[in-house]
Ligand binder design. Structure first.
Ligand code: FSO
Ligand code: SF4
Length: 519
């Protein structure tokens, strides 16, 4: 196996041998390569044919399936390879079917070519997850769909550095459209998020924990559990769901369980309730709770019950009733000891108070905005983000999103002008909201986004963070601080280009970075 797509890759270089740091086994990794190679063959064939809705869905699912911590299950990957191959044959109507691509060619390519192609491949893997969540709500976009094929062909073709660089930037541009599509799908279906305070105490009685990003799965689960005496708790990236009016309306959607994804093996140990994974980040399941874990969509793990396309959650519901939950209300806290989390500061809310914010900036009450967002992960160095937030001056605002916020979202660091200093904009894909807010501020101040009193201090872990980073770069956003370490798949020459064009840098210490930013 060879895999270097995520931040925790072995020795900062690549996972090889029997298994990756994430627990993905060599054979699973090899099947994922075969799947990607098959999708490249399909994409090349599609160039001279007309892909259908079913082809698009197959490619979106296939890409999503290879994201870190999504599928550990050889059987489901193998069956998806067959699906891709049969979609390819369906396309062949007077055109020649193209061969599947050998991923060894990519892993052994010149390091700069490999680096650029990896940015494209990992970027579209992340983007596919967003396209998937929009698709299940009935939203799709031809430009987004067609770009998956173009990008896959680029990975499997001989191209120059300049040609690849331009597709890298295009990946970021198209991902912006994809995030906008998902934002539209989520808000048109479930309403505009409103600020919402979410308890971490679990009430007594049966409950279900739902993790991941898929609001549609949460909605179906809420419907199937109403009037059953079962409470629902979000986990990880599902937290922002509490802010959507149509989901909030379910009174048995009670609170949030646990902290960031990398703590799940500890937090799910002996939990008296089932946990449903709708997307990443699933970690290798420990025997102490393996009977309580359920997967759905493209998430899969050997021997773990999978809820199929019929979306009948009865096995999860029965497990919740059997386990019975806690005997008494049980208090949990975030990593800093706080017991309530606040979310729902997506673009709708922030832009509705834009006048207030602009006045506060003009009057000098708000000196600076920080977007401290991105992924969490197991590395010790990630407490940088907690320290950074704690050390920001009182006249600054912290916008945040994605799972990295669990490092500080239980902190109470006060308010400015009636708004909390920490505002959670939502999931990683809600980077779209942050971009909308930044553009509105830039318009109001008649300046470029780079001239705003705004700094981006980002953390990355997996491939959705890659596509978001590419979107920010494609918008010309400069001076991003990225941590905890740089991706192994960014070669020195490609890094030089990014530094030269975008002045991107790695985080150092909170004190040093704050000094640099605030001058
Ligand atoms: Fe991923 Fe990162 Fe959304 Fe997390 S981009 S790891 S689970 O922040 O949030 O999917
Ligand atoms: Fe290693 Fe990350 Fe790949 Fe897992 S996803 S095998 S940890 S690089």
């Amino acid at each position: 196996m060879f895999c270097f797509q995520c931040e925790q890759t072995a020795a900062g270089k690549g996972c090889t041998g029997g298994a990756g740091v994430c627990g993905k086994k060599a054979d699973t990794s090899n099947y994922q390569d075969l799947l990607t190679g098959a999708m490249i063959g399909l994409a090349k064939t599609a160039q001279n044919a007309k892909p259908t809705e079913s082809t698009h869905k197959t490619v979106i699912e296939g890409l999503f399936m290879t994201i870190t911590n999504v599928s550990f299950d050889n059987a489901s990957i193998q069956s998806h390879i067959e699906k891709v191959n049969s979609e390819k044959l369906n396309l062949v109507n007077g055109v020649a079917a193209q061969n599947n691509y050998e991923m060894e060619n990519l892993w052994n390519a010149h390091e700069d070519i490999r680096s650029l192609k990896s940015l494209i491949l990992f970027g579209i893997r992340g983007m596919a997850a967003y396209a998937y969540h929009a698709l299940v709500l009935g939203y799709s976009d031809e430009e987004v769909n067609n770009f998956f094929y173009k990008a896959l062909r680029a990975v499997g073709s001989d191209m120059s550095i300049d040609e690849l660089l331009s597709i890298v930037m295009e990946t970021g541009e198209v991902n912006l459209k994809c995030m906008a599509l998902l934002d539209k799908a989520n808000t048109e279906t479930y309403g505009t998020p409103v600020p919402t305070s979410v308890p971490m105490t679990v009430e007594k009685g049966p409950f279900i924990v739902i993790s991941g990003h898929d609001l549609y799965d949460l909605h179906l689960l809420l419907e199937q559990t109403k009037d059953k005496g079962i409470n629902i708790y979000t986990h990880g990236e599902m937290l922002p769901a509490h802010a959507y009016p149509k989901l909030k309306a379910y009174t048995h959607l009670k609170g949030n369980f646990g902290t960031a994804w990398q703590n799940q093996q500890k937090e799910f140990d002996n939990i008296p309730a089932p946990v449903l994974f709708t997307t990443n980040c699933l970690m290798p399941v420990k025997p102490s709770y393996s009977d309580r874990v359920f997967t759905t969509e493209v998430v899969a793990y050997p021997e773990i019950v999978h809820i199929g396309d019929d979306k009948d959650f009865t096995p999860v519901i029965n497990k919740a009733l059997e386990l019975g939950g806690y005997k008494e209300d049980t208090r949990f806290t975030g990593i800093n000891g706080g017991d309530t989390l606040t979310t729902g500061f997506a673009r709708g809310t922030v832009l509705s108070v834009a006048d207030k914010v602009i006045d506060a900036v003009k009057a000098g009450a708000i000196k600076h905005f920080f977007l401290v967002g991105g992924c969490d992960g197991a590395k010790v160095g990630r407490n940088y983000y907690t320290e950074f937030v704690k050390k920001t001056p009182k006249d600054t605002v912290i916008l945040t999103l994605a799972c990295g916020k669990y490092r500080f979202n239980d902190l109470d660091i006060g308010e400015i002008g009636g708004l909390p200093r920490i505002m959670d904009m939502g999931q990683c894909n809600d980077a779209y909201s942050a971009i909308q807010v930044a553009s509105a501020l830039a318009n109001a101040f008649e300046c470029d986004i780079n001239e705003l009193p705004l700094s981006l201090v980002l953390s990355w872990y997996e491939q959705k963070a890659v596509c978001i980073l590419l979107t920010l770069l494609s918008l010309g956003i400069k001076n991003i601080y990225l941590g905890p370490t740089l991706p192994a798949f960014v070669s020195q020459n490609v890094l030089n280009i990014l530094v030269e064009k975008f002045n991107i840098s790695t985080i150092s210490t909170p004190d040093e970075d704050l000094k640099k930013i605030l001058g």
